[in-house]
Ligand binder design. Structure first.
Ligand SMILES: [Zn+2]
Ligand SMILES: [Zn+2]
Ligand SMILES: [Zn+2]
Length: 477
């Protein structure tokens, strides 16, 4: 497409067109249904307050419709500034609608990047949000996902493009999702700060108070305790004070106190509770939750590390090829073992072969167009499809052989104690059956199933042999 940035914008009733892109102009009083906006290439929010703009852009970014949350959004700026976390959710600002030609190159770039990403139906909400975050980062060429202090966040910190999906009360789930994303290797964390959350509702808006250890009241007064070296008297400072001047006189020996550290000392502090009269030296620090009103003992609070994140190469690939499931999602499928367990068992099998000269094999079955497949169905159906596939594989191998998911498009099997040729016949039979299964479920879809089988080599590591059996399916990794 040729880019003629000098061409004049064309104005419609609620849109403006420039260089082949159609921008919807969202006015303050606009009650537009978000789904109608899919027909536009970008949105310009013409808001009169920062609050309204925040609300509108949040509604766009938290939308689960893939075609929609990635849409370029610009703000027609009035006489106010936007909080930084809102700036992170938009693609730029203009000061007059005539300046639309200045942002057309940005729209062009985002649309090119958006065409590269894949968003499948994910197996779980966690996987869906990880997918959303990665695709947005890829789309905007953002390598970093950084925590920002935010007064309206349920945990005090926001990761704008991810946190926008949650109500403040649920925002602690953002930390869980980031943890999963890190475990999956798509994000890499770096320590940023630490925070404490309410033990009951997991929010971080807490009122800390020093309380009486007996009755819990915060209504108390503190005073220094003075030790007069000369006579040995120890008592609260009020016993040494008079109403006329600042001088301190010892109530026991009546001498005037001179210099702290020389003739007297302040060894500790005494607190007196006005509620129950209790006198004590150590407060009980409590944190009352502003959200649910629970009064936490500080020891009960949930300490959480807040990190900044960088997208890994694997994360970039997940944005391009689609991120469907977390390890936990596929671990839940009966008849399979965890990938880690598979690795360990393979290690033992390699050792056994070294000693017995046995013949065992590992194989991989790959659905090349799984993204296309999964995008047609909901997550429940996707789970049951994977379950059916596992059952089918299970029926055709021995009960001692293992099945695991490398990811949601690749199944790994072990076929122990059989010659490679026999294994080849079994695996090609299994693939034909899977093809049949998929075709009956999706008769309009061309299914593309590949497999690979290799004899286990006792001279190579388990990890290397897994990589060798799947490498043809992942040319980019
Ligand atoms: Zn609470
Ligand atoms: Zn008390
Ligand atoms: Zn004294």
């Amino acid at each position: 497409m040729s880019k003629d940035l000098t061409s004049k914008p064309l104005f419609g009733e609620n849109f403006v067109e420039h260089d082949g892109y159609r921008y919807y102009i969202m006015k303050d009083h606009d009650m537009v249904n978000l789904s109608e906006l899919i027909a536009y290439d970008a949105i310009i929010i013409e808001g009169t307050s920062a609050k309204l703009i925040e609300e509108r852009v949040s509604n766009i970014r938290k939308n689960l419709n893939q075609a929609f949350f990635l849409i370029p959004v610009f703000v027609l700026k009035g006489n106010f500034s936007l909080p930084i976390y809102v700036e992170e959710l938009i693609d730029g600002s203009i000061f007059s609608i005539d300046q639309v030609n200045l942002v057309t190159p940005i729209v062009h770039k985002i649309h090119l990047r958006n065409n590269e990403v894949t968003i499948n139906t994910a197996l779980s909400y966690e996987a869906q949000l990880i997918s959303k975050t990665l695709t947005y980062m890829y789309s905007r060429e953002l390598n970093q996902l950084n925590a920002q202090l935010h007064p309206n966040s349920g945990i005090g910190f926001t990761f704008p493009i991810l946190s926008v999906n949650f109500e403040p009360k649920e925002e602690f789930r953002v930390l869980e999702i980031l943890e999963i994303a890190e475990k999956e290797g798509v994000l890499i964390s770096e320590f940023h700060d630490r925070t404490h959350l309410c033990s009951q509702c997991h929010t971080g808006f807490l009122a800390y108070r020093e309380c009486c250890p007996k009755c819990g009241s915060a209504n108390s007064e503190s005073q220094d305790i003075i030790h007069h070296f000369v006579c040995g008297f120890v008592g609260p400072i009020s016993d040494f004070q008079n109403e006329i001047d600042d001088q301190l006189n010892c109530p026991k020996c009546t001498r005037t106190l001179r210099h702290i550290g020389v003739d007297y000392d302040k060894p500790s502090v005494l607190h007196e509770c006005f509620n129950c009269g209790h006198k004590f030296q150590d407060f009980n620090v409590r944190a009352k939750c502003v959200t649910c009103t629970f009064d936490n003992d500080v020891q009960q609070l949930i300490g959480r590390e807040i990190s900044n994140y960088t997208m890994s190469k694997k994360g970039e690939m997940a944005a391009i090829n689609g991120f469907t499931s977390t390890s936990k999602d596929i671990e839940d499928i009966i008849g399979t073992v965890k990938l880690d367990t598979y690795r360990t068992m393979l290690k033992y099998e390699i050792e056994r072969i070294r000693q017995t000269d046995g013949k065992s094999n590992i194989c991989a079955i790959h659905i090349a167009n799984s993204g296309q497949l999964y995008s047609k169905i909901g997550s429940d159906m996707q789970k049951s499809l994977l379950k059916d596939m596992v059952e089918l594989v299970r029926r055709n191998i021995r009960s001692s052989d293992m099945i695991t998911f490398y990811d949601s498009s690749t199944i790994l099997l072990s076929m122990n104690d059989i010659p490679l040729k026999v294994g080849q016949n079994i695996i090609s039979e299994i693939c034909a059956l899977i093809e049949k299964l998929l075709k009956t479920n999706f008769n309009d879809l061309e299914v593309d199933i590949n497999y690979n089988i290799k004899r286990i080599n006792f001279k190579l590591s388990n990890e290397l042999q897994i990589q060798q059996v799947i490498k043809d399916f992942y040319p980019d990794v």
